[in-house]
Design a protein around this ligand. Structure first.
Ligand code: HEM
Length: 483
């Protein structure tokens, strides 16, 4: 229960039946898909800190940059985002290990120490640039193929779906060191089953949370949810097993074992196979919708902002001459490219809210005392759109991120990859994928909107996605296909 400094219940942090009713009404009024907007609405009504009840559980919403900064600066040694039972239940049923998302405490800390290596430092991620660029090349080929097949000869329809295929191929080639065929015209059946399993698991997550446990034997929801996980682990498990066999063969014949991320996990660490299965599956799940939707929002905004797009094109063209393919080294000289992605992540923080549960100690936030185990919700979306933090928040302005002498925004105003030791482990890989793909796309094509789709709105499906199919025109800049 929240207490004020004086030890009394703060009136506005008390359980608020009225606010709960209001919240339910808003959810049924359509906010379920717009929980990110609910953050803005609730801030107007309750101010920057308030209590949010979900059934018998509650958390304290922090809805200002100052409060979020205060909390995160007090992050614990083993920070926790709170209850992950939705994901751990399946793992417990099948005796599969936990990964970085689901593990907690000291075990999580040890796991992250292993996973961070070869991934988190910019110089680690650079080693994947070659692999990523091969995937980008196939993506560009696919864009050419789709344009050609379109009625206007330059339209790419359902961009979210295409970028999903790009991201899944990218992260799989890094994690499994294997191409899985997402960018082929005919996706291999096992890969398609895997894609369907991911969708199935996510689709049934929310209904499974909303329905009481006793309905699991009566309704098909739980069964379908579990089948989603079965498909995910089956596919990931097969690829890991193949890699293990290959490593074993090399060891048996005294050959050097040398490879990328999965080889590192399997041969250079003390991780058990059970732990590797759990971790790889979670890395894979976290690495697809996040990068693909960010890319989609970036291209959508660029199509609407020709001047921004032109500035970006000039930068890329200046750094990469002629037919060159942008490399990780080139990207270090492209501040505007990075600012474009940063601004897209500010306007569309693909993970619109985050959480922390203070497990070990009591804490004071905003002058209020909270006992240990209090859960906090961090309202990133609303802070990213707060005009006190970001003037003209609804404008796509990459310049605000440039280090050219202007006052830069509060660093806690937009923290799309989270914060501190529990922050996103895939950040550097995600950035590398997005930079290399965007630089190549912009060098080859001018992106124009498809007026028939109108203004694309944001909806919240755990990550922020488009409310409709997004199509964009890809006009070839100079007729030179560089692949
Ligand atoms: C645009 C791309 C991405 C965004 C915006 C993003 C965002 C985030 C955020 C906000 C968190 C929570 C951090 C915190 O609590 O402080 C997170 C955690 C995580 N992300 Fe990402 N992510 C992205 C891409 C990726 C990729 C490509 C991978 C995999 C390689 C990945 C793997 C993970 C994992 C495993 C965690 C859990 C870390 C832990 O709890 O220790 N993410 N991400």
């Amino acid at each position: 229960m929240a207490l004020s400094l004086a030890g009394q219940l703060s009136p506005w942090l008390r359980p608020q039946p009225i606010s709960m009713v209001l919240r339910c009404r808003l959810i049924f009024k359509g906010y379920l898909n717009h929980l990110h907007e609910l953050q803005i609405y609730e801030k107007q009504i309750y101010g920057p800190i308030y209590k949010v009840a979900t059934g018998s559980l509650y958390s304290i919403a922090l809805n200002s940059v100052e409060l979020v900064e205060e909390l995160l600066r007090k992050d614990e040694k083993f920070p926790s985002r709170g209850d992950m039972s939705l994901w751990t239940e399946y793992r417990d049923m099948r005796d599969i290990g936990y990964g970085p998302f689901t593990e907690e405490g000291e075990k999580w800390y040890r796991l992250r120490a292993v996973l961070n290596k070869r991934m988190l430092h910019p110089k680690d991620s650079v080693q994947y640039a070659g692999v990523v660029n091969e995937v980008v090349t196939d993506f560009i080929k696919r864009i050419y193929h789709l344009r050609k097949a379109s009625p206007t000869g330059d339209l790419v329809t359902n961009l979210s779906n295409e970028l999903y295929r790009f991201s899944l191929e990218g992260i799989s080639s890094i994690l499994f060191e294997t191409r899985i065929g997402c960018l082929e015209n005919e996706i291999p059946k096992e890969t398609q089953d895997f894609i369907d399993s991911i969708a199935q698991m996510f689709t049934y997550s929310m209904p499974v949370v909303l329905m009481p446990k006793w309905t699991r034997n009566i309704l098909p929801l739980w069964d379908r949810y579990i089948r989603g996980w079965e498909g995910i682990f089956k596919f990931a498990g097969q690829l890991i097993d193949i890699k293990m066999e290959a490593i074993q063969k090399r060891v048996d014949t005294d050959q050097e074992v040398d490879g990328e991320y999965l080889t590192y996990l399997l041969s250079n660490t003390n991780m058990t196979n059970k732990e590797v299965y759990g971790s790889i599956a979670e890395l894979l799940l976290a690495g697809v919708d996040t990068t693909s939707n960010t890319m989609m929002w970036t291209l959508y905004q660029l199509s609407r902002e020709p001047e921004v797009q032109d500035t970006l094109y000039q930068e890329v063209n200046h750094c990469v001459k002629g037919d060159g393919i942008p490399t990780a080294q080139d990207v270090t000289n492209m501040p505007y490219l990075k600012a474009v992605i940063k601004e897209a992540l500010r306007m569309y923080p693909v993970v619109p809210m985050n959480a922390r549960r203070m497990s070990e100690k009591d804490i004071t936030i905003g002058g209020y005392f909270f006992p240990k185990k209090t859960a906090f919700t961090l309202c990133h979306y609303s802070i990213c759109h707060d005009e006190k933090v970001f003037p003209e928040p609804s404008k796509f302005k990459p310049e605000r991120w440039l280090r050219d002498g202007r006052t830069r925004p509060n660093p806690f105003g937009s923290i799309p990859f989270g914060f501190g030791v529990r922050g996103c482990v895939g950040r550097r890989i995600a950035e590398l994928e997005m930079y290399l793909a965007l630089a190549r796309i912009i060098k080859l094509f001018e992106i124009r909107p498809d007026p028939s789709i109108g203004d694309v709105k944001v909806i919240n499906r755990t990550v922020l996605v488009a409310d409709r199919q997004v199509n964009l025109h890809f006009l070839e800049r100079n007729g030179n296909i560089v692949l």
